[in-house]
Design a protein around this ligand. Structure first.
Ligand SMILES: [Fe+2]
Length: 326
């Protein structure tokens, strides 16, 4: 695991860059400002930039950056992402995450997830304790590729921790730690699987957080679980939102076996305030431990964005020159 800890001087430099930016651009519109933020990221301390570029080149499965600035007087954890959106909570932390993420690639968003916002809030919400989204708490989030349903899913899932008082773990499992022996490997390399949008994507008009649509109502892609170089493949799987093609029992069994092997190899990353992790979404699946929500303003709170190594791939696929994918 690659990890860089900013020294206090570097942390103060990052804080000054963020404060200076927000003074120049007092209206926070990250989707419109993403290119400007990316240019601003070139002013980040050289040590952290070199670390990120080297980690990107090495295809490190997990890239961690610690001691990023978080406001000493951070507002209470919002009760849901909708409340966070309304209140514009923790804008400076969103900017810090986007600055760091911009060294690795292009942050982007989806029209049908968290209102199309470029940076999401991950915090527990009342009534969502057992959902299969990041608003859950008492329900384990099983290991998954982020946005498994889409060819243009991110190369990295970026998470920055603002608060994590109960040391709730982000679970991770990396391809390197798993041996998909034959004949399992061969089946996983074949286009015998359907990848559906997870419950956080409101792609069906009647779909709500309280009443998610049935899986079969959702659009899906057919593809393989393992893809790319045969000797060092990439991975795409989400046990809750992946299925075999209809009547393909061997593919279904292989999917369950692959999910089981990944679960056995799972590790935990506990993020502390001011720490960001960039999870390589082609090499690593991630999830989250269960926890008991407090709902008193001190709950676990992360900022999240998705990062593409090159957004032009999405422009071609979606036939739209937009950072907001439909
Ligand atoms: Fe996720």
């Amino acid at each position: 695991m690659a990890r860089y800890v900013l020294n206090d001087e570097e942390r103060n430099e990052v804080a000054a860059i963020a404060d200076g930016y927000l003074a120049r651009y007092p209206v926070w519109e990250p989707l419109e400002q993403a290119d400007t933020i990316r240019a601003e990221a070139q002013r980040l301390p050289v040590g952290v930039r070199q670390f990120l570029v080297a980690s990107r080149g090495a295809e490190d499965a997990l890239i961690r950056v610690a001691n990023l600035p978080v406001d000493d007087n951070l507002v209470p954890t919002p009760g849901s992402w909708q409340i966070a959106q309304k209140e514009g909570a923790a804008v400076r932390e969103e900017l810090v995450l986007l600055l760091i993420a911009s060294v690795l690639g292009d942050p982007f968003a989806w029209t049908h997830q968290q209102g199309g916002r470029l940076v999401h809030d991950v915090c527990p919400a009342k009534g969502q304790e057992n959902s299969l989204t990041s608003a859950s708490s008492e329900q384990q989030l099983t290991l998954h590729t982020e946005d498994v349903f889409h060819a243009c899913r991110g190369d990295y899932v970026a998470l920055m921790c603002l608060r994590n008082p109960d040391a709730v773990g982000t679970t991770v499992s990396t391809l390197d730690a798993v041996d998909f022996a034959e004949p399992l490997r061969r089946v996983l390399q074949e286009d015998r699987f359907r990848f559906f949008p997870d419950d956080s994507h409101h792609v069906v008009p009647t779909h709500t957080s309280e009443n998610p649509s049935a899986l079969e109502e959702r659009p899906y892609e057919v593809a393989s679980v393992l893809f790319g170089p045969a000797d060092s493949p990439y991975l795409r799987i989400d046990a809750d939102f992946t299925d075999s093609l209809p009547d393909d029992a061997e593919a279904r069994r292989s999917l369950d076996a692959a999910a089981g092997l990944l679960a056995q190899a799972a590790d935990r990353v506990v993020l502390n305030p001011g720490e960001a992790v960039f999870i390589d979404n082609y090499l690593t699946v991630h999830g989250r431990d269960t926890f008991t929500p407090r709902y008193d303003g001190t709950d676990r709170w992360l900022k999240r964005t998705s990062v593409a190594r090159d957004l032009r791939r999405a422009y071609v696929h979606t036939k739209s020159r937009s950072r907001l994918l439909a």
